[in-house]
Design a protein around this ligand. Structure first.
Ligand code: F6R
Ligand code: MG
Ligand code: MG
Length: 378
């Protein structure tokens, strides 16, 4: 095992904490001043020794801190750092008169952990392998269930993870922790494995607004390979206050699917819920880090930043969707989104009643209810 200077065993924790704290334009991107502030506080936290390393990026209107440290998951100092940082970026957004300043800070005071307070987070702790490659995914204009299909397929489907056929150890499959995100009293989770529980897992994941992959573990080694932020802002605030815009960390290679296998399902440009007013289905577009939001307050975007982490320090990033292959996927995603948009609000274009994020339609129907008459049968 790798050791820190002084001989202590090293366990590295990766924490990603993200929030929308204000935007230039409508809900399009954070300002440069906000990002400068985020980088400044991150650099200070590294200097102070709270963090081993940190990176700041944005995806649409969300700022994400990627942090490495040795304090384990759910550490209140790390969470407080992120919360305070978002309070600072909010101050700047307010000063600049940006839209939606402080939007995702749903509570007044920090209380130990950002979960349930607005910002999204996912965290993973591990002993670093000899080389530790991973991908940070960050999405905008969608809920956490948008990761269900690509993360399930990347690990469990040999169409994407050729390792299931070609790498003997991987045949033992993977374990999925799946969360019922509609249950708000506490975490309601189920643990299922592939290949044994293939159909049961699919029966849950096909409803991404209700059941969300929280983490993935490799069966042969017991190593955790992926974590996804599962918070649903709607459930915290009790009303629409912006979409969740989830993040995920996926470790790659060796025991896990390769970096390219993990990226493979994204070439489909799935339809997901979350565009415009959180209420429309569009095709998710894989984009470079730091991409803005535009058409129809979207489209839904996802970025993928590849790194290695070594003794807690990040390498430079490889911006994995910044490669000519993905131009074709972006084109396809645009066309799929445009085609769906031709359908306006009919059928699958707009969310069903239970997922509509704005209450207008509900109010219209309520108003019409008393005007309905029951025809007497002849
Ligand atoms: C924001 C989003 C947008 C907004 C829309 C209206 O994540 O999806 O489509 O819902 O721009 O925003 P408000 O209600 O803030 O005027
Ligand atoms: Mg957002
Ligand atoms: Mg937003």
């Amino acid at each position: 095992m790798l050791k820190f200077k002084g001989g202590k065993d090293m366990k590295t924790t990766l924490s990603v904490i993200k929030a929308d704290t204000g935007s230039v334009g409508g809900h399009n991107r954070p300002s440069e001043a906000m990002l400068d502030k985020a980088r400044e506080v991150a650099a200070k936290a590294v200097k102070k020794g709270l963090l081993k390393d940190a990176r700041v990026s944005f995806t649409g209107d969300d700022i994400a801190f990627l942090m490495s440290h040795t304090r384990g998951v759910d550490n209140s100092d790390i969470h407080k750092f992120a919360w305070d940082a978002f309070v600072e970026t909010t101050k700047i957004a307010k000063k600049q008169g940006l839209y939606g300043a402080g939007q995702d800070l749903l509570k007044d005071a920090f209380s130990g952990n950002v979960r349930g307070m607005g910002p999204g987070s996912c965290e993973i702790e591990f002993e670093e392998r000899a080389a530790e490659p991973f991908i940070l995914f960050a999405a905008d204009k969608c809920g956490p269930g948008m990761f269900n299909q690509p993360i399930f397929e990347a690990f469990a489907d040999p169409y994407h993870n050729a390792g299931l056929l070609l790498a003997p150890d991987m045949k033992a499959g993977f374990t999925y922790n799946i969360m019922d995100v509609n249950y708000t009293e506490a975490d309601r989770v189920i643990t299922l494995r592939v290949p044994e529980d293939m159909y049961e897992i699919n029966a849950l994941l096909r409803d991404p607004n209700h059941y969300v992959i929280e983490s993935v573990i490799e069966n042969a080694s017991g190593l955790k390979g992926a974590v996804v932020s599962t918070s649903r802002l709607h459930n915290i605030a009790g009303k629409y206050v912006g979409k969740d815009d989830p993040v995920a960390i996926v470790r790659t290679q060796k025991q896990f699917p390769s970096t390219g296998e993990i990226l493979s399902p994204w070439a489909k440009a799935y339809y997901v819920l979350g565009d415009n007013r959180g209420s429309h289905h569009v095709a998710v577009m894989p984009v470079k880090q730091n991409t803005i939001i535009s058409y129809f307050d979207g489209p839904t975007i996802v970025s993928a930043a590849g790194y290695c982490v070594h003794e807690g320090k990040f390498t430079e990033l490889v911006d994995l969707f910044d490669q000519p292959f993905w131009d074709m996927v972006r084109e396809k995603a645009s066309l799929k989104t445009y085609e769906m948009r031709q359908q306006g609000f009919y059928g699958p274009a707009m969310a069903g009643m239970d997922e509509l994020e704005y209450t207008g339609v509900v109010q219209i129907l309520k108003g019409l209810d008393k005007k309905f008459t029951i025809r007497k049968s002849k």
